[in-house]
Design a protein around this ligand. Structure first.
Ligand SMILES: O=C(O)CCC(=O)C(=O)O
Ligand SMILES: [Fe+2]
Length: 416
């Protein structure tokens, strides 16, 4: 197998082969299209298999942490410790950084311990990616009650054949064959005023695909893409579906999010943005000690070729309260810009255990993940206790992101 180091070395045979293939495939195509926005141009450059992306402009704060040097060396991919201006908050117990170009963005590198990372990986697969929490696979398959991961482990340990059948086999409605590109849903930003109309928008269940074949847990595992946390998110309308009631937020996850928000000295984050209008979110950061309460989110599962395109998370009624995002497994490149795709985004290398908080002015900024960096799984996730082996094997090609939001102001009573 070709190693990451070979692919990054212009004198290696693997690099030269990739270059030949690239020139053949792109003979008449310009490297940058005229009509690409700055965000799109950045996405394209990090996504590219050839030339391998240049990470010298990517902020990589783990490099400042002496305990992570081995992890970085082994993973080969490296960013920079000074690609663009950023500032370290003073007097915090943890290393916490802000980027002046993206007000409200906070980075907490190495926030989770190795043990906390393993626990959160376990929780994501064993307990969150299963009923009653919807996952992307539930739309198309009758996933057993125990959830996909537990079915997979069951099959692995007993050798029993398990087949997961498509829902379309006994469903009255199936997905229509789509022609042309996927329809984009442009959802209205949520707010207290629009709550009523959001609640009344019909939210039909998504139709199962008529073409997916019966599959084994071990093959479906690599197609797991997301699991819902808390309030149910309806992908068809990009709105929360309040009719299902409020899903639980795991106690430990809530604690991680709340303690990350408490660890930040917000007066320093917001000292240069005094004139920001917090709108219906009142005093903003000054009240987060009392008002911040995570109530929804998503676990994203990425395989190394997956990407997450530029988007804004604007379905939450709370427009400014912290969104806490935890990275696990392989590293990824996170881009975050401004109100439109015309703002050039800053690239940040997120490694396992790093936490990012999007708050205030950048809570509705465009962001995305154009690249998962293959081969960057840290050693502490390759080995663990006795039953860690299946997690290690799955993580070898995976990045997990736990993305937690606040939909409603604390104490908000939905009008009935
Ligand atoms: O994977 C990430 O780091 C970001 C995920 C994200 O933006 C989302 O789930 O909305
Ligand atoms: Fe997002």
């Amino acid at each position: 197998m070709t190693s990451t180091a070979d692919l990054l070395d212009p004198s290696s045979a693997a690099y030269k082969k990739a270059r030949r293939q690239f020139y053949k495939a792109t003979k008449n195509r310009p490297a940058v299209e005229q009509d690409w926005t700055p965000f799109r141009t950045a996405e394209k450059s990090f996504k590219a298999r050839f030339p391998p992306p240049d990470l010298s402009g990517v902020l990589d704060l783990a490099q400042l942490d002496p305990s992570r040097q081995k992890e970085i060396e082994r993973g080969v991919w490296k960013g920079s410790t000074e690609p663009f201006p950023y500032r370290r908050l003073e007097g915090c117990e943890r290393s916490i950084c802000v980027v002046p170009a993206v007000p409200g963005l906070v980075i907490l590198p190495s926030y989770l311990s190795q043990e906390e990372q393993r626990q959160l990986v376990r929780w994501s697969l064993e307990r969150q990616a299963r009923g009653p929490n919807p996952t992307n696979l539930d739309i198309h398959y009758r996933v057993p009650n125990e959830g996909l991961w537990n079915a997979y482990i069951h099959q692995k340990t007993t050798g029993e054949e398990v087949t997961i059948v498509p829902k379309a086999l006994d469903s009255d409605v199936v997905e229509e064959k789509s022609s042309g590109p996927r329809q984009l849903v442009d959802n209205a930003p949520a707010s207290v005023e629009t709550y009523e109309s959001l609640a009344q928008t019909p939210k039909p269940p998504p139709a199962p695909s008529a073409t997916v074949p019966p599959s084994s847990p071990s093959s479906l595992l690599y197609k797991l893409r997301w699991a819902n946390i808390g309030w149910y998110y309806h992908w068809g309308t990009k709105q929360y579906d309040f009719s299902h009631g409020k899903g639980d937020i795991d106690r430990d996850l809530r604690h991680i999010c709340k303690s990350a928000v408490e660890a930040v000295k917000w007066d320093q984050v917001y000292d240069a943005t005094e004139d920001f209008d917090w709108g219906e979110d009142g005093n903003g950061w000054k009240d987060w000690g009392e008002t911040y309460e995570p109530d929804a989110g998503i676990v994203n599962f990425y395989q190394t070729k997956d990407t997450l395109m530029a988007h804004v998370d604007r379905s939450e009624v709370c427009k400014t309260s912290p969104l806490v995002s935890v990275s696990l497994g392989n590293a990824g490149i996170f881009l975050i810009g401004g109100d439109t795709r015309d703002t050039e985004p800053v690239p940040i290398l997120l490694r396992s255990g790093d936490v990012v908080i999007m708050s205030g002015p950048c809570r509705r900024a465009y962001h995305g993940v154009p690249r998962i960096l293959e081969g960057t799984l840290p050693a502490h996730l390759k080995v663990g206790g006795e039953d860690w082996a299946p997690f290690a094997e799955y993580l070898e090609t995976t990045r997990i992101n736990v993305n937690v939001r606040q939909v409603f102001p604390k104490g908000f009573e939905a009008p009935s």
